[in-house]
Design a binder for this molecule. Structure first.
Ligand code: ADP
Length: 385
């Protein structure tokens, strides 16, 4: 029977981008598309006129039942049906089977459409596998993060409690020894010297406790930073009046550069002062006899001002440049006897980051160092808002 009639229908079927087979009531092939031949490895096999079950002798019973149902007029389909392959693998197929009728309206056979979707299905499996692995990993990461956060909180609480426990008796020691310093008439010179040592050691310990506490607060995200517009010239004059006295006592010449027409900056005033005082007091501490310390401000950008703290001191070797911003890294030689905790610059860097500032250093060992800081200017937008 020539069910395809004209050559256009034949062409459409042959080149249809799907595997299509038309069979009669005895399941004998009347026509197939090229894709059917390819998908079912039938190249070189004569199928027209032969029974489907002869071409595929191993066809499972369940399939024969489906054909039978469709030969009685039912339309059946499946989105993904697994077929065991000869090599032991699985071929996934989407299919639809519909009855067809002749021009007199009589049931004449079925049309089978199939599409091999194994690649798509494998991708789906891979995706599901990946999703479940990602979900397991995410749970693990969350668990680790929670543990880390808990450890961090515990560390912070411990430090806060410890620093309180340490500071209270330490303040008492400092208080009483300062009283002894004030009324030193009853002490001989050795005893006076011992009291001076107690006060010096106590102050050093207090500073260390305060700095470590601040560092741990920043690390655990518990440091509150309030960014506000601050008049830079006023602040720098304030700081300079204090620093110039310290510098004079140490025999260092302090120079404050021009402060004309400076814009306001967006900083936390208290913490920003701590940054500058730290850099400037280092500039005094690590300076040479009769050295100089300069504070310079430049504003050649619309976004930030640059502050330079320049000293003519011992300088820093290149290999130590990074280490100085790490806590407890002192790179001065021990016999220099310069006092310090090694925490100041670590704090300075953390504060700078919290205030969107950048900090850096250029140095010449033996000639001096230049610590620089870029500080965000209060933008016109934030002022008008
Ligand atoms: P501290 O001064 O308490 O030791 P800092 O964190 O302020 O701690 O500085 C870390 C180290 O960086 C110092 O021990 C010192 O070796 C070095 N350093 C800091 N500032 C200067 C400077 N202006 N010149 C030379 N070395 C410096």
């Amino acid at each position: 029977m020539d069910i395809m009639g004209n050559s256009i229908s034949k062409l459409c079927l042959q080149y249809a981008p799907a595997a299509i087979a038309i069979v009669d009531m005895d399941m004998c092939y009347l026509a197939v598309s090229d894709r059917w031949i390819n998908d079912f490895n039938l190249n070189g096999v004569e199928v027209i006129g032969r029974c489907h079950y002869e071409v595929f002798p191993d066809i499972p019973e369940r399939w024969k039942k489906i054909h039978q149902r469709c030969l009685t007029g039912e339309i059946m389909s499946c989105e993904a049906d697994p077929f065991p392959r000869e090599d032991g693998g699985i071929e996934w197929v989407r299919w639809e089977i519909r009855p067809w009728h002749n021009e007199r309206g009589e049931m004449s056979g079925i049309v089978m459409f199939t599409e091999v979707i194994t690649a798509q299905k494998n991708l789906e499996f891979l995706n599901k596998d990946l999703e479940s692995r990602v979900s397991i990993r995410t749970t693990e990461i969350e668990k680790i993060k929670n543990q880390a956060e808990q450890a961090c909180r515990a560390k912070s609480e411990f430090l806060t409690r410890m620093s309180h426990e340490l500071r209270t008796p330490l303040n008492a020691v400092l208080g009483f020894s300062q009283l002894l310093q004030m009324d030193n008439s009853s002490l001989n010179s050795d005893q006076n010297e011992a009291v001076d040592q107690i006060v010096k050691g106590g102050k050093h310990l207090l500073q260390l406790i305060n700095e470590v506490l601040d560092l741990s607060r920043i690390e655990s995200g518990n440091m509150d930073i309030y960014l506000r517009p601050v008049a830079l010239d006023v602040m720098l004059r304030d700081i300079s009046s204090m620093v110039s006295k310290l510098a004079k006592d140490a025999g260092i010449n302090y120079v404050l550069g021009a402060l004309d027409n400076l814009p306001d900056v967006m900083v936390d005033e208290l913490r920003f002062k701590e940054i500058l005082i730290n850099l400037l007091s280092n500039g005094i501490k690590y300076n040479k006899e009769n050295g100089s310390l300069t504070l310079q401000v430049r504003c050649d950008s619309e976004d930030y001002v640059r502050i330079d703290v320049i000293d003519t001191g011992v300088g820093i070797e290149k290999k130590n440049m990074h280490a100085i911003f790490e806590p407890f890294n002192r790179v001065v030689s021990p016999h220099d006897e310069i006092e310090g905790t090694g925490v100041g610059l670590a704090l300075v860097k953390k504060y700078a980051e919290l205030m969107n500032c950048h900090i850096g250093v250029d140095s010449q060992p033996g000639s001096g160092s230049r610590f620089w800081l870029t500080v965000p200017i209060v933008s016109r937008v934030s002022v008008t808002n």
